[in-house]
Design a protein around this ligand. Structure first.
Ligand code: PMP
Length: 361
């Protein structure tokens, strides 16, 4: 085939794991624990399930392409104007809209060494050049990222907290960074995991969109709101940037089922509080368990923790799989000795720790 965009030729397809049911069948294990994709172990909010059921009779109609009611709910909840909001089919969709609207061959996008894998994917897919900046202590080296900006830079991608390392930025460091970034360069602050963070001194991206015209914040309903299967996220930016993102957005990109569930999940504050509280306990349990096993890890503020196997992590991954525990190897992140483990319920976390103990013994 003739490819006009060499960036596509160089891409590696996203490596998704096999369905857990298939692994259960292959391995002959009945109760596999999946701690691989940073999903919410509580299952969805019951309010979201009821909302889904209530819209099923309307499936012959297209969804509201503008997401009027969901935007209204988000505006009220986060004190934003509706014309600051773009809805996405998951926040991955929003990252792609940024690339489609602002990148092309000949321009650059900057991201960190251990950046979320979708950033290089969307950058290269539209023919732009990705500039990968070495990390500092597994987190973003914001000074080095600002130094990497050239006249060709259009977008900088930052995840806070970062996936796959779980690191977190301070407000002061972020403000210092923004002061160094020219206004024509857009900064995407990906807050997919922000609900989990208990570090008081970290930027509140949504509020900062009022301060910085070149800031785009993305959030998702896939993690703390427990709706990964439904694919819904939102971006917040100034109205001019928002208008451009909506020009390249496919109509009807968020289903009516997803919109209804997202509104219900947003209103269920108790579910979110329970999620965050379970995660805090999980982090403590996991850290204590890893210390006891003398396994080192990268300190995390998110709903996962990345461990250092100090050997080929694929061997540990495979051995854990045989114990019925699925975690995420990080070869695509050039971290061949690390594994990322999503925090589950107390029982699931213990299953992981028990399996790890056997595997590394
Ligand atoms: N950003 C980061 C940092 C993520 O880890 C993820 C999920 N893996 C996403 C965005 C995308 O999530 P979704 O498309 O489900 O909203």
């Amino acid at each position: 085939v003739a490819l006009s965009n060499p960036g596509v030729q160089a891409l590696q397809p996203y490596q998704a794991g096999k369905p857990a049911e298939e692994l259960e069948r292959e391995l002959g294990i009945r109760d596999i624990v999946k701690l691989a994709s940073n999903e919410n172990p509580l299952g969805p909010s019951s309010a979201a399930i009821s909302a889904v059921q209530s819209v099923l009779s309307g499936l012959t109609r297209y969804p509201d392409s503008n997401g009027y009611y969901l935007k209204q709910a988000l505006s009220q909840r986060f004190n934003l104007a509706a014309n600051q909001l773009t809805l996405g089919n998951g926040s991955n969709d929003l990252l792609e809209l940024v690339a489609r609207a602002f990148l092309r061959e000949g321009v650059e996008a900057v991201y960190s060494e251990y950046a979320f894998i979708v950033y290089p994917l969307v950058v290269k897919a539209c023919g732009a050049t990705g500039v990968r900046v070495p990390a500092r202590d597994y987190g973003h080296d914001l000074d080095a990222m600002a130094d990497a900006v050239t006249a060709n830079t259009r977008v900088i991608f930052i995840a806070n907290p970062n996936n796959p390392t779980g690191t977190c930025l301070t407000s002061q460091a972020f403000k210092r960074f923004m002061a160094r970034i020219p206004e024509q360069v857009l900064v995407v602050l990906d807050e997919a995991y922000s609900e989990y963070t208990d570090q008081a001194d970290t930027p509140d991206g949504l509020a900062l969109t009022a301060t910085y015209n070149n800031l785009i914040v993305t959030r998702t309903f896939s993690k703390a709101y427990g709706l990964a299967a439904l694919r819904v996220g939102f971006a917040v930016a100034n109205p001019v940037v928002t208008d451009l993102l909506n020009r390249v957005r496919q109509p009807f990109n968020v289903s009516s089922v997803a919109q209804a569930a997202a509104m219900a999940a947003l209103a269920d504050r108790e579910y979110l509080a329970r999620t965050v509280s379970l995660n805090r306990q999980g982090l403590k349990q996991m850290q204590a368990g890893l210390v006891a096993l003398e396994v080192s890890y990268i300190p995390s503020v998110a709903n996962f923790i990345t461990i250092d196997c100090e050997q080929d992590a694929l061997l540990v991954y495979q051995a854990l799989l045989e114990q019925g525990v699925i975690v995420r190897p990080l070869g695509v992140y050039a971290m061949p000795q690390h594994l990322r483990v999503t925090l589950g319920t107390e029982t699931e976390n213990q299953r992981f720790l028990d399996a790890l103990k056997k595997v590394i013994a």
